[in-house]
Write a protein that binds this ligand. Structure first.
Ligand SMILES: Cc1ncc(COP(=O)(O)O)c(C=O)c1O
Ligand SMILES: [Zn+2]
Length: 392
């Protein structure tokens, strides 16, 4: 049973009924977040009960928004491995370096978590179809869960999306629209398509439930590490949904009494060719301004404006974290190192986290005894061009 009670605007704190379909806060156009009755849940749910449950995202169903078992569709999302990266750790002088390998999810990325929950909840609330703007991974994930939940799907991707993403969406039977430009242009087009068709637009953070799926990375990481969070989390940040979700998860876990008050330092990694959050963080800004001419092979990081920018920046600051960008050659080298030293065929976004960690170690921002977790957010296999570039 879900303990969902209401939706709350992350900016103006207005509250809304979660039994209705909602997108952004109608008052201030900022993201809505799902809130739960954590006081009751604290009494009803002990972390020791998890031992009896199957691995994966639905093991945390009390803290997820889907009410009925019949709508908890699954393809085996979550339950990814936290791999110790011994060789890279030695090279960087770190005793405890880990990689949370989200490439092990269905459809090969962490987007499966967010889209699993968002599609299930949208189906439960009775939508006729689902629409998404995506750099590729989110589209594939949405199409898979839409097929599973018997909903028609329409995806909007940049024209230069790598071919595997296109073929994946086609295979799941989705309608596809290709758009000149970035995810921001796709977002505008997806909005028009949703309006015309009456289908529900699942743009990240413009509806409240993708972030709920992504927060399970935080629940799972805490469980992987026996309820002691790491010192540092390095996360490749586009829209920032995963980072915002984990930060939310840690507060929920503390309210449940499953972890203490300590938090990891959160690090947002972006590409030099598109780094609005890095720029805003170092300028001390509350919101990030639009990044003009966004360009990077790490398609998931080519997000010129993020609707949850203020939430990312808040999490970075509250956690005493930081934000930094890496060059294209560095993220490709990171991809190569993860493959050759650890056997992890990472996406370029995952490669970027290793590149950033190299800089942080060099600067002494991370110390040798600290426990560090890199998020490899997807498999590299869907990006043939970056694999080619990383190995030539
Ligand atoms: C592989 C990969 N990593 C990272 C990101 C950025 O994710 P977030 O929106 O959580 O910042 C994306 C988004 O498209 C992605 O596909
Ligand atoms: Zn609001």
């Amino acid at each position: 049973m879900s303990y969902l009670t209401h939706l709350e605007c992350a900016h103006c704190e207005a509250t809304y009924d979660p039994a209705e379909l909602h997108r952004l806060c109608p008052v201030c156009e900022k993201p809505l977040l799902a809130r739960y009755d954590l006081n009751s849940l604290r009494r009803a749910w002990q972390r020791s009960s998890l031992a009896q449950r199957a691995p994966g995202l639905w093991r945390y169903k009390e803290a997820l928004p889907v009410e009925s078992q019949a709508h908890m569709f699954t393809l085996g999302e979550g339950g990814t491995l936290l791999l110790k990266a011994t060789k890279l750790g030695e090279e960087l002088g770190l005793e405890q370096l880990f990689v949370k390998d989200e490439g092990l999810n269905p459809t090969g990325s962490f987007k499966a978590r967010g889209l699993c929950v968002a599609v299930c909840r949208a189906a439960e609330l009775g939508v006729d179809g689902v629409v998404i703007p995506s750099a590729g991974n989110a589209a594939g994930a949405m199409c898979a869960y839409a097929a599973r939940a018997s909903l028609p799907a329409h995806v909007v991707m940049p024209r230069d999306v790598p071919a595997p993403f296109l073929l994946e969406c086609k295979s799941f039977g989705a309608e596809i629209t290709l758009v000149e430009g970035t995810i921001a242009d796709c977002g505008r087009r997806a909005g028009q398509i949703a309006q015309a068709s009456g289908w529900f637009d699942l743009s990240t953070l413009k509806e409240p439930y993708r972030v709920e799926g992504k927060k399970t990375m935080g629940y799972e990481l805490a469980e992987d590490l026996a309820w002691e969070l790491p010192d540092v989390i390095v996360y490749p940040t586009g829209g920032g949904t995963g980072l915002i979700g984990m930060w939310k998860a840690f507060d929920e876990l503390e309210a449940l009494g499953w972890i203490g008050a300590e938090r990891p330092r959160m690090v947002a990694v972006q590409a030099e060719g598109c780094a609005p959050i890095v720029r805003a963080f170092h300028a001390g800004a509350t919101f990030a301004s639009l990044w003009e001419g966004a360009e990077t092979v790490a398609a998931g990081l080519r997000v010129p404006a993020a609707v949850g920018d203020f939430l990312i920046l808040e999490a970075l600051r509250e956690s005493q974290g930081t934000a930094l960008s890496v060059a294209e050659e560095e993220l490709l080298a990171g991809q190569r190192s993860l493959a050759q030293a650890e056997g992890i065929l990472a996406c370029p976004e995952g490669g970027a986290t290793l590149a950033a960690l190299r800089t942080l170690c060099r600067q002494g921002w991370v110390e040798p005894h600290e426990q560090v977790v890199l998020f490899n957010t997807g498999t590299g296999i869907k990006y043939p061009d970056t694999l080619e570039a990383a190995t030539s």
